[in-house]
Each structure stands twice: as structure tokens, then as C-alpha cells.
Design a protein around this ligand. Sequence first.
Ligand code: AMP
Ligand code: MG
Length: 415
Amino acid sequence: MPSDPPPTILSFEEARHVVEDHAARLRPSGKELVELLDSVGQVLAEPVVADRNFPPFPRATRDGYAVRAADLTQVPARLHVIGEIKAGADIALKVQAGQAAAIMTGAPAPPGADAVVMVEYTSREGDQVEISKGIRVGENIVPVGSEARRGERLLTPGTRLDYAAIAVAASVGKSRLLAYSKPRVTVLSTGDEIVDIDINPAANQIRNSNTYSLAAQIQAAGGEPGLLPIAPDEPGRLRELITDGLEADLLLLTGGVSMGKYDLVEQVLRDLGAEFFFTGAQIQPGRPVVFGRVPWAAGATAREAPGGEAAYRYFFGLPGNPISTMVTFELFARPVLEALGGMTQRKLAFLHARLKAEIKTKTGLKRFLPAILSGEFEQAEVELVRWQGSGDIAATARANCYVVVPPDREHIPAG
Ligand code: AMP
Ligand code: MG
């Protein structure tokens, strides 16, 4: 038997770049027409274009009086009120020199008027209004087409449909949208000690939480999870289940990727012809994370952009410790899933916050430690949850972020 190739352990940044480079070449499998409200969280597969000018008429942004700015070069000034314009009204009025029209927010400014004076600077007596403050041309009126011109692209394919994007689609009258099909992502948990959640575990058994946390993460990232039965630490059955799992767009394995005698995942994948881009990253939790691909039979849907010569199925081997599984999904699997879902790639987002209590760790690995972000307004504060390490599910459930500790820091003081 040939000896195994040496492990490829990358820094966090290197590993992330490898993942991003591969993700950049992946494409979704198809598109589907979706009802507007069912499309929330899906990825847009068509441009959304302005079907009219925005705004379609010069829109008043204040309650007050539509005027000609030139009439107010000397204030106070008295103008003749020729009528009132409500939102939704037809404009039959024309404002001439010396005249004003009462106007409401959202109403069309009448021809002749070039500004709207806020009601606060006016006092009305019958058909006269006294205005106490001068005004610039254009003030409190949004010109026709200044937000968007008819035909302009408002949303680009690859956009994740959040509530603001839904507002844009609604505003151009799209009751259905073309969205990319959700990628199918299979989850395969491995380990002789793992039992499913509807089984009463013996003292030496652990309930399978990774399959479920991953399914939740897959859904949150826009994928369609497919759950496989738990694989034992036995090569034959493991190989069968991995082969099943590779039918999907992406396979996520958990457990069995450390250096133990029964950590068989890499070996079985290697026997299936896998190519490994890395077999570890200098992070904690999550160090043994594995990323690679298996050549996939011709005729199967090619997942590479035109020009990619072969079709592959990608997989991640995520470490089995529940928090390691969660962290490595977010750091590495998520960009690949999002690319398969057609989403435009984005960088990881970081936030600066004041540390509430000191952190002591060992150097050498970049740490992603579960933490609680709190504080009000601009006073973001963060503190680690007290945990027992990367198996501590309950502690992590109290966290809402990760604190990232650089590999060369062993002590970060509070503040
Ligand atoms: P492994 O990566 O296989 O060495 O597993 C590391 C630790 O994670 C062990 O304590 C396992 O019992 C635990 N673990 C592995 N898979 C799961 C799972 N699906 N759900 C919960 N815990 C798991
Ligand atoms: Mg195991």
C-alpha cells in the first residue's frame, strides 16, 4: 500500500483563500420562478430593473407650501394660496409668481413650484400665507428619476433576497422572481459512539447533534440539507454512505478526521480518488478540518464554470466536536455553499468591540472563541462565554459571536 501523502496544514488565511478560489469557480445548478414572499433568503437569478422613474413625479418630502424660491429672496413674504395638493392627487394647479400651494408629504410638486417650505416656517390667514424663511431651489423636492431612471438595474443576480431587496422587487411590480435553485448539501455524521436523537443513549453513547446543527446552518446559508444515517467507524459502510452523499451538490462529513486509529474519513475519500486542498488549518476550534473534491462521472452535472475541464464533487470533513463543526462550517463550508447557490462572494465581516474581561490562551493557533456581544449604541462590548472546550454545546448556545484571537497573542487584557 502506498504511504499516505503528508498532511497539508494551512494558516487560517491561506485555507480561507483556497476555499474562496474554488468557490469563485462554482456555479448553481439551475433557476426557478418563485413567488415574491417565498423568495426571501433565496438568491436572485435575474436583474431587477426600474420599470418607471423613481420617483415618478417630483415628490414633496415635507408638509408645507410649494413655492417659487425666487419669491422668497426677501422674508417675511406673503404669497397667495391657490389650492392644496394631497399625496395621490392629480396636479391641476400651476404656481405662478407670488403664489403658493399647500402640499403634503409624498404629493407631487406642481408645475411652476421649485421648492417646498416646511409648514413650521409659515403662518396661514385665509388664502394668504406668510413665510418667514428663505429657501434654495429644489429644497424638499426629490426630482423625477433622481433615485433611479426607468430601465436602470436596481438588483443584480447573485443578491441574497433580504427585506430591502423584497421592497425593491415590490416597488417595480415583480410578484415573482427568478431565483437560483438551492444547492443540495448532504450531511454525514460519523462515529461508533453517535446515536440518533430519538434513541435513548447508553452511558457510552453521544446523541447526534452535528447533523442537526449543520442542517440548520445549511438552511440559514440558503441550502437544502439532506440527512444521511450515521456512519460507523468502519470503512465499508462509510464508503457506501460517502458515495451516496457525493450525489448532492456538496457533502459535509463530521467526525473521523483527527489522527486516531479509527479516523477513517480521509482514507476512504482517498480511496475514492479524492484530491485534498488542505487537511488541517491552524485554528482552534476546528484544526483537523479537511477540504477537497472527488472527480465526478461525466454526464453528471458539471459544477465548474464553462472552461473547467472536469466535473467534481466537493466535500468538507469537519471535526466532530460540535463547536468545531459549527465554526468550520461558517469559516470554510459556507462560502462554497453560497457559491453553489449563486450568491456573489463576500468577505468575512469583523467588528471591533471593547473586551470586558481578559483573555488568556496559548499561542500558535488562531482562535475563534464563542462570546457574547453586548452594549448599547456605539459601545459594543464583548466577553467570552465560559466553556469547557469545543464540545461544550450549552455554553456556545449562549454566545452570539466569536472573538478572534491572533495566533501570537497569549494574553489580551480587558478594555
Ligand atoms: P471525532 O472528530 O470523530 O474525533 O469526534 C470528536 C468529538 O466530537 C467526540 O467527542 C465525538 O463524540 C463528538 N462528536 C462526533 N460526532 C458527533 C455528532 N454527530 N454529534 C455530537 N457529537 C459528536
Ligand atoms: Mg469519531
